[in-house]
Design a binder for this molecule. Structure first.
Ligand code: TSX
Ligand code: MN
Length: 600
């Protein structure tokens, strides 16, 4: 075995050496490469990837990867929480017994890296100097994963240097396609039929097999920073959330930080990188996907972004919908499953008003406009460093995080849910998060327009029972003064009129909603009490210069009593799934709202 660096330089190297030895014995690679994260190393890996046909060089240091057409997204059916009992995994997760999973995995991984290089990726989730950061060591046979992890995390020598004895999350990954002697590799090796993404909360280990795509393979993101971190957070008294983190500065120069949770296909990255339509307002981004939230010594909540890059959906991203993302991905960006234009750039549906006359599609085929097939896959992605974002918040590396003034929950709801409301109190806000639901879009596959529950936007990302998670959220009320906790809001950019047209322009105009939220946290904006909380009082939402349709504003805030009573009934019904673990406080809050509807 050849190591390009002695592990003895590092504390905790013994545990790491043991872990690597075990992996090598099991997977039988022909080479071992300990990643240092350097420019030089990255260059060598990119070179390998171009040679193997995995990557195509584009303009400005960008590259394009085309995946195997069967390996294009996270696979929730293949994602498991492995605990002694099924109850410990909870009713919303796939479960497997540790012994059974152990047997399955050892068989799959035995010899799985034959003919390949085993890469050891030391990475840090969170700023290197943060006491909240977590170290992971990913072992993988995919150099594509290495170059993506280098963008998405703090990867290499520095991460290894902060390693304490034994304190790392072991992340084992193989694409599951060993190479026989002399066998020619394929551009995107994978083993789609046998994909498994397994999480072991007891030992905090992650094992992923068969997929090279996104959250299945970049194990720092959904696997470590959400599923395993949610378990750590429960034990250690913090929160690992599927949330963006943004700084909002008003024209007077006062700055506040918000976090926001949205199910997929609601435009979380667009909101995180908002270009305000109102003069004098400024938005800066700390993170667009994951927030680790801790209670500070002053009794307030603080958030860090464990990630170091954007792994965003490309389709729909353009200079109008998200100009700062466009700037961030203009160089040194990896594109996956986008189309290729004649200028050597990545293209996707919604990038330009008109599609180019000629493209190579994500399937590598000649493509011209007018046909059935999309040029880019709907889940095509960009991987770009946070540092390239023109509105990156100066505090994005703050070791203790940024103090939170508001928590937003939002879904895609064509009716019932107002444009914005403030929850009654902290418990009322936890109910808003717990009852989050969103209408399905074409992007997810399956039926369109169906309402799907996605509590806290965490349904696919929680590593333990949902009812316990609700109780964990509620526990923060007893740990600090309620007035120090962020105020909680619900937002909905997607309400439609009876003709099916959107009532709210959204995008940059959403700053008007953020302004009202900002002013509520300052105690300056007036509100009108409704059974489920507070909506903007007449005239307090800034609609100056907006040409809303006649009656649109009234409709955006119309309270449909019957609709709400039905929703509350249905929510109780849904919570039944979580059994006794669902905290009684949430049922009491529902009853309180019902009572207010009956006796206004
Ligand atoms: O991201 C979106 N946001 C948040 C922006 C900060 N999207 C895209 C969602 C898919 C990922 C939105 N779509 C938003 C929104 O606020 N609103 C809508 C709905 C909408 C779509 C098109 C228009 C208006 C609203 N077009 C015109 O009004 C011309
Ligand atoms: Mn996400």
């Amino acid at each position: 075995m050849i190591f390009n660096r002695s592990l003895k330089e590092y504390t905790g190297y013994l545990a790491l050496q043991t872990w690597i030895n075990q992996a090598v014995a099991l997977c039988q690679p022909s080479e071992v490469w300990l990643c240092d994260g350097s420019e030089e190393e990255n260059r060598l890996l990119l070179e390998r990837l171009v040679k193997s046909g995995t990557l195509t060089p584009l303009k400005n240091g960008c590259f394009l990867a085309r995946s195997d057409p069967s390996d294009v997204a996270r696979v929730e059916e293949c994602t498991f929480i492995v605990t002694e009992t099924k109850e410990e995994a909870g009713p919303t997760n796939n479960w497997m017994d540790p012994e059974e999973m152990g047997a399955v995995l050892s068989q799959l991984f035995r010899g799985s890296m034959q003919g390949r290089t085993l890469y050891v990726i030391p990475f840090c989730m969170g700023p290197l100097s943060s006491p909240f950061a977590k170290i992971g060591i990913q072992i993988t046979d995919s150099p594509y994963v290495v170059v993506n992890m280098r963008i998405m995390t703090r990867m290499g020598k520095d991460a290894l240097s902060t390693l304490q004895e034994g304190a790392f999350v072991p992340c084992m990954h193989s694409v599951g396609r060993p190479l026989k002697k002399g066998e020619q590799d394929v551009p995107w090796p994978c083993n789609t039929a046998n994909r498994i993404i397994a999480h072991f909360p007891a030992t905090k280990a992650i094992w992923s097999y068969g997929s090279g795509y996104g959250g299945n393979a970049l194990l720092g993101k959904k696997c470590l920073a959400l599923r395993i971190a949610s378990c750590l957070a429960r034990e250690e008294g913090w929160l690992a959330e599927h949330m963006l983190i943004m700084g909002v500065t008003n024209p007077a120069g006062v700055k506040k930080y918000f976090v926001a949770a949205f199910p997929s296909a609601c435009g979380k990255t667009n909101l995180a990188l908002l270009k305000p339509a109102l003069p004098g307002w400024k938005v800066e981004v700390v993170g667009d996907d994951i927030a680790w939230i801790h209670l500070g010594e002053d009794g307030r909540l603080y958030a860090i972004n464990p990630e170091n890059g954007f792994f965003g959906v490309a389709p729909g991203t353009n200079w109008k919908s998200n100009p700062y993302a466009m700037e961030a991905i203009s160089k040194n960006t990896l594109f996956t499953n986008c189309a290729l234009n004649d200028e050597g750039e990545a293209w996707w549906e919604g990038k330009t008003k008109e599609p180019p006359a000629h493209l190579i599609s994500w399937l590598g085929k000649e493509w011209r406009p007018g046909g059935e097939e999309k040029a880019a896959h709907p889940n095509a992605r960009f991987t770009a460093p946070l540092s390239q974002c023109p509105i990156l918040d100066p505090a994005f590396q703050a070791p203790l995080g940024v103090p939170l003034s508001a928590i937003l929950f939002g879904g895609r709801r064509s009716d019932l849910e107002p444009l914005v409301y403030e929850a009654n109190d902290f418990v009322g806000g936890v109910l808003v998060g717990a009852s989050l639901a969103s209408e399905t879009t074409a992007a997810g596959g399956g039926a369109v327009g169906r309402l799907r529950h996605d509590p806290f936007a965490m349904l696919p990302f929680l590593g333990y029972p949902m009812g316990d998670y609700f109780a964990h959220w509620l526990s923060f009320k007893a740990r600090t003064k309620e007035e120090l906790l962020p105020k909680i809001f619900a937002v909905n950019w997607f309400r439609k009129d009876e003709k099916g047209d959107y009532l709210w322009p959204g995008f940059g105009e959403n700053i008007r909603v953020l302004q009202w939220i900002f002013e509520r946290t300052e105690g300056t904006a007036e509100a009108k009490e409704v059974p489920f909380g507070h909506i903007p009082a007449e005239g307090t939402l800034n609609t100056e210069g907006l040409n809303l349709k006649e009656g649109a504003l009234e409709e955006l805030f119309r309270v449909d009593r019957e609709g709400w009573l039905k929703k509350l009934e249905e929510t109780k019904n849904y919570f039944g799934l979580f059994g006794k673990r669902c905290p009684p406080e949430l049922y009491r809050e529902i009853e309180r709202i019902e009572a207010a509807f009956v006796r206004p």
